[in-house]
Design a protein around this ligand. Structure first.
Ligand code: FES
Length: 256
């Protein structure tokens, strides 16, 4: 049977949902693969929702909001853009970023809505079913997606993204404006480190492992793993499980 992608669409109430409605009443044809969740604003879409949708096996996620400058809440779609950019960076690590799309549709753009849904459905059809459905790789993919989800929950990262526009345009309390490139470097560094830490937590969730074993499994140098383990221990998320011939194994004590 031909693959029919399951696509989840988050549509903002004021523009995109009305655009979808217009496509419907105007009888404009578009693929029926999309399941719509209406949100008040694209800025309301927490990237954690999207990571969870991918964990549940959805093949693609479309987030549609008002055109930039037209958001009913002034800046919600700018916030959405920053959040999706962060999510896309994380998804690109596991080759999932093409399964996410953020775009803008106004209430009068029924044709544009149909075009975006059609193009995205075709893109997902070409990519094939979500790898989560592949029994052989499922465990690894789910570990990675869980690591992405928990990275997105990290309060430090969320605070950084939430203040990105303010810090790069208006400045901090001292009036210092951080150049966008510099801010992105700080953000990328934070994203990368948090993601690796959450991957480590996933790998030692049920069984204690030594630093060399973790390093081998996630393919990074042991000294970097050790640095992350030290940080995770300081946060109270990891503890020593056993010590065998002077080599400690570490286990996650994180409560989900
Ligand atoms: S209300 Fe549509 S994007 Fe904010």
């Amino acid at each position: 049977m031909a693959f029919e992608p399951k696509i989840l669409g988050f549509l903002c109430n004021w523009c995109s949902y009305a655009g979808a409605d217009l496509a419907g009443v105007s009888r404009i044809q578009y693929p029926t693969n999309i399941r719509v969740i209406r949100v008040m604003c694209s800025g309301r879409v927490d990237p954690v929702f999207i990571a969870e949708a991918f964990i549940q096996g959805i093949d693609g996620v479309l987030v549609l909001g008002c055109h930039l400058g037209d958001c009913h809440y002034i800046s919600g779609n700018y916030e959405a853009e920053l959040k999706m950019k962060m999510l896309s960076k994380l998804l690109s690590v596991i080759d999932f970023s093409d399964r996410l799309n953020l775009d803008w549709v106004s209430a009068s753009e029924g044709n544009r809505f149909a075009q975006i849904v059609g193009d995205f459905t075709e893109q997902i059809r070409k990519l094939g079913p979500s790898p989560v459905k592949d029994k052989k790789h499922k465990k690894n993919i789910i570990d990675n997606l869980n690591a992405i989800k928990y990275t997105l929950c990290d309060s430090r990262l969320r605070a950084l993204v939430a203040r990105q526009r303010e810090l790069t345009t208006e400045g901090n309390v001292y009036g210092d404006i951080i150049p966008t490139e510099e801010f992105e470097m700080i953000l990328n560094d934070a994203i990368e480190n948090e993601f690796v830490r959450h991957i480590i937590l996933e790998k030692i969730k049920n069984k204690g492992k030594s630093v060399p074993d973790i390093a081998k499994e996630i393919k990074i140098e042991p000294h970097k793993v050790l640095q992350h383990i030290v940080t995770l221990r300081a946060r109270g998320l990891v503890d020593v499980d056993q010590i065998n011939e002077e080599i400690p194994t570490f286990i996650s004590i994180k409560v989900d």
